[in-house]
Design a protein around this ligand. Structure first.
Ligand code: PAF
Length: 282
């Protein structure tokens, strides 16, 4: 496995290949990331994984400085998972001057849900992904479905900029109790980790209620928020949305959306100081 830290070296090396497959990450890799790596491996003639903690997608009060950097363990795990190239640019390499040009996704997609609670997040994500795409020039790129809205933003970006890149989602991996794997799970204390299962359970409950014919989406969302709040969580949102545009479904279209697997329930909530997100397609 090659470790490459500069764009020029990456370009020179990848010049030998026709169809790079790419998995962008911020490191601190867990089994969920490695599943994306294994999914991407057979899709290209060389597999590139980037490790770059992207300052642009963190708000000033967020965990950029403390975001876990686990370089040695990440490289070992990537080598075992079949990665060919780790691209790990420094901030100076990727952003040698302040990144004045940025990618602004449309508000109706990027200022809701995560974008509402983390203003500028999707500008930061889209900008770094566009830049990483320019460096790696992959034919196919794989992103986790746990970051459901992020995957949608990147897919639309690739489509609207006519990037010759197939953007694919990889399924969310879960712990035995149902908690979605995430680098931020490492922040949870033992009691918080035991409690954390209630986020995915709340989503399962919402999904089941929809399947059982509940049509008052607003009430379902309020009850889910109240349930988690009563357990000591600070939820940002627990919502039912249409899969294709992440907007709230109208009561009249619920049955049709259910029949055609057109719904998703999404959640973000803080447990202590850790913010967790999750989603379930219905
Ligand atoms: O999902 C992530 O880890 C990050 O948002 C990404 C896509 C690597 C961009 O920094």
């Amino acid at each position: 496995m090659k470790i490459i830290k500069t764009i020029s070296e990456l370009r020179a090396y990848l010049g030998n290949f026709k169809r790079p497959a790419f998995v962008p990450t911020m490191g601190n890799l867990h089994a969920g990331h490695l599943a994306l790596v294994r999914q991407a491996k057979p899709l290209g003639d060389v597999l590139v994984v980037s490790i770059f903690v992207n300052r642009l997608q963190f708000l000033p009060h967020e965990d950029f400085d403390t975001y876990p950097r686990t370089w040695q363990a990440d490289c070992q795990a990537l080598e075992q998972a079949g990665c060919d190239v780790v691209f790990a640019p420094s901030e100076q390499e990727l952003y040698p001057e302040p990144q004045g040009f940025k990618v602004h996704p449309p508000a109706e997609l990027a200022d809701i849900l995560e974008g509402h609670f983390r203003p500028g997040f999707f500008v930061g994500v889209s900008t770094v992904v566009m830049k990483l795409f320019a460096c790696v020039q992959p034919r196919v790129a794989v992103f986790g479905q746990k970051d459901y809205q992020q995957l949608m933003v990147i897919k639309r970006m690739a489509q609207q900029f006519a990037l010759p890149i197939e953007v694919l989602g990889g399924p969310t991996l879960r712990a035995e109790d149902g908690l979605a794997l995430s680098s931020r799970n490492n922040y949870l204390s033992a009691p918080e980790r035991a409690e954390a299962v209630h986020l995915s359970q709340a989503l399962q409950h919402m999904a089941q209620a929809l399947r059982d014919g509940v049509t008052d989406v607003a009430q379902l969302e309020q009850q889910a928020m109240a349930g988690l709040t009563a357990r000591g969580w600070q939820p940002d949102y627990l919502v039912v949305r249409r899969r294709h545009d992440l907007q709230t479904p109208k009561a009249a279209e619920l049955a049709d959306l259910l029949t055609h697997q057109g719904l998703v329930v999404l959640a973000a909530a803080r447990l202590g100081s850790t913010r967790l997100i999750d989603n379930l397609e219905v």
